[in-house]
Design a protein around this ligand. Structure first.
Ligand SMILES: Nc1ncnc2c1ncn2[C@@H]1O[C@H](COP(=O)(O)OP(=O)(O)O)[C@@H](O)[C@H]1O
Ligand SMILES: Cc1ncc(COP(=O)(O)O)c(N)n1
Length: 271
């Protein structure tokens, strides 16, 4: 049906603290006026201080969530986040090949801000070989780009080279996020589009520890925009503006790496 409301899907882990993972994704999707659905791959016991525990769900239950969605909804764009281990990465890939959920944004989540591993070490190869080639948009942060390319990134040129290497692995559009970069005044991300065009997206770096879920927020906003029919460049540009506003207008929640203000963009940025 042509006039179905835009529906999106996040395939990821939960965050009991509400700031990252599926929770950040659904809040972002809601704010961007699309209908959000979720396939839960793992459940974390988590707050702004860290990840206390997590468990991945049985693959059969994950397969059933995909089947439930495919049987009823019309998902126009989807994303992946925390996938836990190689077996689950592979299981998700199988489902992504089985069903058409529109353009896929892959956020190759590996380590949480607090330092906890959300992806088993030996799963990086499965992400590289099986998931990255399916990505219409790939959004690694710097440590993730380093792991996927097996190259150290120490400069802007290094980020540009990593984006090319990731396209060579099969990702169509690549966004290398510079949130972890040591630059004091700018948060700069490098974008390499499928057609070879490239550009930098730069925003003032906010001096804050409230950056829990920044990557999830960026990738789910890209997904929301794609579901509404945006082209890749516009979707990525809107997402950068959205996450910048969400970081720049903090809310006080928790005692550690606090969550973002997902309302900020709607409110024009300012409180
Ligand atoms: N302190 C900050 N100020 C402004 N933008 C930031 C800050 N930290 C991260 N960002 C931006 O948030 C987005 C997510 O980046 P990053 O934090 O690297 O992702 P991840 O959560 O996957 O580690 C990027 O657009 C990045 O530039
Ligand atoms: C379930 C889940 N998914 C993703 C992240 C990464 O978010 P961040 O890097 O901001 O901690 C997280 N902490 N928890």
């Amino acid at each position: 049906m042509a006039n179905e409301f835009p529906q999106t899907l996040t395939i990821a882990g939960t965050d009991s603290g509400g700031g990252a993972g599926v929770m950040a994704d659904l809040k972002t999707m809601q704010e961007r006026n699309v209908f959000g659905t979720a396939v839960i791959v793992a459940v974390t016991a988590q707050n702004t201080l860290g990840v206390q525990d997590f468990m991945a769900l049985p693959q059969k239950l994950i397969d059933e969530q995909f089947a439930s969605l495919a049987a009823d909804l019309k998902v126009r764009a989807c994303k992946t986040g925390m996938l836990a281990d190689a077996e689950h990465v592979h299981g998700v890939v199988e489902n992504l090949k089985r069903y058409d959920f529109g353009p896929l944004t892959v956020d190759p989540v590996m380590i949480a801000k607090g330092g906890a591993a959300l992806l088993a070490d030996d799963a990086v190869e499965t992400v590289r070989n099986e998931l990255v080639p399916l990505a219409d948009v790939l959004t690694p942060n710097l440590p993730e780009a380093e792991r996927l390319t097996s190259q150290e990134i120490t400069s802007a040129v290094g980020m540009e080279q990593a984006a090319v290497a990731l396209q060579d692995l099969g990702a169509s559009n690549v966004v290398i996020k510079g949130g972890h970069e040591a630059t004091p005044d700018q948060a700069s991300d490098f974008v390499l589009l499928a057609d070879g065009r490239s550009f930098w997206l730069t925003a003032p770096r906010v001096d804050t520890v409230r950056t829990h879920g920044t990557g999830d927020t960026l990738s789910s906003c890209i997904t929301a925009e794609l579901a509404k029919g945006a082209d890749f460049e516009s979707a990525i540009r809107v997402a950068k503006d959205y996450v910048t506003a969400a970081i720049a207008n903090p809310i006080a929640v928790g005692h550690g790496h606090g969550p973002l203000n997902h309302w900020a963009y709607r409110q024009g940025g300012a409180e």
